[in-house]
Design a protein around this ligand. Structure first.
Ligand code: PMP
Ligand code: GLU
Length: 397
């Protein structure tokens, strides 16, 4: 028997990925499952980006690249950060990673020491807590409330500060709640971070999936003092429907970026060369498809919210990302076909087995009493899912 390290033994597999895998397996077995589990755009990657990848292959851009990522891509990211976010970074303050996920992972690995505390606002994306534990640091959860639209109150954050608090992880637009932090909320967090000498990891992967009147403010834009303590993380997965291409990036102080490149040099070497060339086209080419997809998500959001409210849930329209974090507490303690629903895991299991709709239990995001539905699915699939959920809920007594 080969023993597994204690660090890894304590970490659970990614619930979003394992539930999506389960839905895919059921589909392969011939079951007509509708998956609202995976948080990934269902659109094909835009043609111009695919063409750039074919061109890269034909031009033999198929070798190792520098660990930091090819210079023309870092230049394209630099220009994007200026154009979209009003930020000035140089090419050597940017690293290209294997998805935003690796940027977050490397950012934590290079900045926290064992036993350091990392503040995470919950509900939160499934991988933050696991990644903090990989870095042998301690996740400290700050609970956000639905009644307050999941906006953090900075006075309450103060209560969690200890001498070991090093960092705070932010995610706006947010997965799983769809919340977009207001400017004054971000300013409050910035002031708090400066006061306690914390650094901030700002996960902005849903930047482009945002609905009026919300608008995205990149955290480092809040001022030089804020920028110098922020590691900005973003990626191409969501905005350009490029989840499988695995291109993310981080921008931040050069020492941090250099340390992240060092990890990369010893682990993945570099993000796939072909994807990197395609990413230049994504960032520099026409941006119409980004807006088209965003508009489509907005229509889907409106449809799903309307249907869920008609079914009897109480749902507000989220202002960002493509998730509904659905309050299902009123279903707990009731039964479906004789089976008691005790928690969100029971509910998701029953819904998958009996209604053939996959969703992720709120517990995976650190919040019991909710399930996450992704509306990054076709209109046809969403209609099917809503019809099935309606029928399923009617039979819960
Ligand atoms: N952060 C959040 C909040 C996410 O939902 C995702 C989606 N997987 C990621 C980071 C990572 O995205 P990727 O690695 O595909 O760039
Ligand atoms: N971010 C997506 C989600 O939350 C993709 C899966 C993952 O990487 O966790 O479902």
């Amino acid at each position: 028997m080969i023993p597994i390290s204690e660090t890894v033994e304590k970490i659970k597999p990614s619930a979003t990925l394992s539930l999506s895998a389960k839905a895919i397996k059921m589909k392969a077995e011939g079951k007509d499952v509708v998956s609202l589990a995976a948080g990934e755009p269902d659109f094909p990657t835009p043609e111009n980006i695919k063409d750039a990848a074919f061109d890269a292959i034909r031009a033999d851009k198929t070798k190792y690249t520098t660990a930091a990522g090819i210079l023309p891509l870092r230049e394209a990211i630099k220009d994007k950060l200026k154009r979209d976010n009003g930020l000035d970074y140089s090419e050597d303050e940017i690293v290209v990673t294997v998805g935003a996920k690796q940027a977050l992972f490397n950012a934590l690995m290079v900045t926290v020491n064992p036993g350091d505390e990392v503040m995470i606002l919950a509900p939160c994306w499934v991988s933050y807590i696991a990644q903090v534990k990989f870095a042998r640091a301690v996740p400290v959860i700050f609970p956000l409330q639905e009644e307050r639209d999941y906006q953090p109150n900075v006075d309450d954050l103060e209560k969690l500060i200890t001498s070991r608090t090093r960092c705070i992880v932010l995610n706006t637009p947010n997965n799983p709640t769809g919340v977009v932090y207001a400017k004054d909320t971000l300013e409050g967090i910035a002031e708090f971070a400066v006061k306690h000498n914390l650094f901030v990891i700002s996960d902005e992967v849903y930047e482009k999936i945002i609905y009026p009147p919300a608008r995205h403010i990149s955290f480092p834009f809040l001022g030089e003092g804020v920028k110098e303590r922020t590691i900005l993380v973003n990626g191409l997965s969501k905005a350009y429907s490029m989840t499988g291409w695995r291109i993310g990036y981080a921008a931040g102080p050069k020492e941090v970026i250099d340390a992240m490149i060092k990890i990369q040099g010893h682990s993945t070497s570099n993000a796939t060369s072909i994807s990197q060339y395609a990413a230049i086209e994504a960032l520099r080419g026409p941006q119409d498809s980004v807006e088209e997809m965003r508009r489509e998500f907005q229509k889907r959001r409106d449809y799903v919210v309307k249907r869920l409210n008609a079914i009897g849930f109480s749902v507000k329209r989220p202002l960002g990302a493509f998730y509904i974090f659905l309050n299902v507490k009123h279903l707990f303690g009731k039964r479906y076909d004789g089976k008691e629903i005790k928690d969100s895991t029971d509910l998701c299991e029953l819904m998958l087995e009996r209604a053939l709709v996959a969703a992720v239990p709120g517990s995976a995001f650190g919040r019991e009493g909710y399930i996450r539905l992704s509306y990054a699915a076709s209109n046809e699939m969403l209609k099917k899912a809503m019809d099935r959920i309606e029928c399923f809920v009617k039979n819960i007594r």
